[in-house]
Write a protein that binds this ligand. Sequence first.
Ligand SMILES: [Mg+2]
Length: 168
Amino acid sequence: MKHFLQPDDYRQDFSAYTAEDLRSRGIRFLMCDIDNTLVTYDDPEPTPRLLAWFKELQEAGITVGFMSNNDEARVSRFNRELGFTAFPDAHKPLTKTMKRFLKESGLRREEVAHLGDQIFTDVCMARACGVTSLLVPPIKDVLTPFFRFKRMLEKPLVAYYVAHRRSN
Ligand SMILES: [Mg+2]
């Protein structure tokens, strides 16, 4: 049985989630965390590799959006050229932003996935909302004591998940 800290899938990089994979899960909208999921905190704009992945998803009919706990300035700069649906200051793991999106978009929760790098914010929020939760390892850990502490707590959970993923 899945619990609130367990993602539906865990892969080493965002690009490992292909358009075909997402389509086969019935996903029509992929909501992405930005920091440490798609780029590092130091990248103000999407990388060429990331743009190529977005294009692949869009060509397969999957819409991409951003849901970030970072502020408006960071998210709008990152999204400037793309103009995707974007929610800064999302306050994950609180569910209000995703629930608002589901209501406003008219999408069913089965049609929406959320991709992120943190169990206690990204996975927790997605599971609580009933959307598909996709996890990647953080691109670059932020070396503050608080983040290191959270990563330390996450490690055994990810290890447990990877060890048991086949038996789900
Ligand atoms: Mg993140």
